[in-house]
Design a binder for this molecule. Structure first.
Ligand SMILES: C[S@@+](CC[C@H](N)C(=O)[O-])C[C@H]1O[C@@H](n2cnc3c(N)ncnc32)[C@H](O)[C@@H]1O
Length: 256
């Protein structure tokens, strides 16, 4: 796609804002350039940020994704007329986000140029205090998918304890940059070690509570087309454990 090209389909034609705490998107969504974002390992469905942006922000407000991956959130911010900041530690993700944002919008649509830059989610010092209207983000889960070979700051290399330790810095920075009264949402799943569940989702929620956030919602997101689920199918039957088929999407609020 070229910067001047208008995508054939700009929006999902079946969009229904979610109204319960269980979200499920069997079709990931391929409008605009999302056929490309869908190729990124561990991407999220564009229906997730679309719902969050609709529900928790207004036109021209600023959305931050500090683990932007292939740019799914930022594409939605662009389509919905929001300002946006995209950050990722890996240069490849930044390159992909820029490529995936290279499409035109109809002239009459509101457009704000996204700010896309390499950086570490633990240090958002280039963003001023109390300036972001909504954080929508999707950290790498401790050690499950690795996004780089030797980037030491890449949190996808960290085991559970170290990951949670480092996420304290992310939570504190998220808290600092968000405007009071506004929302911060992230997607996280649990994991399993020696046949036992490691409740990573709840552990990370506790990190955000400690940073000062208030928990507004816990949304359960059903998982579809997950490569890890296919991989564990036989083992789960042999060892008699259930396959994890959901993730958590907690929505926090910064107190006023
Ligand atoms: C689960 S992926 C995000 C996928 C994204 N939602 C999408 O749809 O493409 C997590 C991302 O976090 C990035 N990451 C890992 N450590 C980071 C850090 N310290 N700061 C910023 N980004 C980081 C990885 O490079 C990866 O792109």
């Amino acid at each position: 796609m070229n910067k001047k090209d208008l995508p054939e389909i700009l929006e999902p034609n079946d969009f229904q804002p979610q109204s319960t705490t269980v979200w499920s998107f069997p079709e990931r969504g391929s409008w605009a350039t999302h056929a490309q974002t869908g190729k990124y390992r561990g991407n999220w469905s564009p229906y997730v940020p679309r719902n969050l942006i609709f529900k928790y922000s207004k036109s021209s407000e600023t959305i931050l994704d500090c683990f932007c991956g292939s740019g799914t959130t930022i594409i939605e911010a662009k389509l919905l007329g929001r300002k946006s900041i995209a950050i990722d530690i890996n240069d490849n993700a930044i390159k992909l986000t820029k490529q995936n944002l290279a499409f035109a919008l109809p002239k009459e649509w509101r457009y704000h140029k996204p700010d896309v830059r390499a950086g570490d989610a633990r240090d958002l010092s280039k963003i001023k205090d109390n300036t972001i209207d909504l954080i929508c983000t999707h950290p790498p889960y401790a050690n499950i998918i690795q996004y780089s070979k030797d980037t030491t700051e890449d949190l996808s290399h960290f085991g559970v304890d170290d990951f949670l330790q480092e996420m304290h810095f992310v939570a504190n920075e998220n808290f600092r940059v968000l405007k009071p009264g506004r929302c911060c949402a992230f997607l996280i799943g649990d994991t399993r070690k020696n046949k036992r569940v490691v409740p990573l989702g709840f552990m990370l929620m506790r990190v955000y509570l400690r940073a000062g956030f208030i928990l507004k919602e816990i949304i359960i997101k059903e998982q579809h087309n997950c490569k890890m689920t296919e991989k564990w199918q036989n083992t789960s039957q042999k060892l008699n454990f259930l396959l994890i088929a959901h993730e958590y999407l907690p929505v926090f609020e910064k107190p006023t």
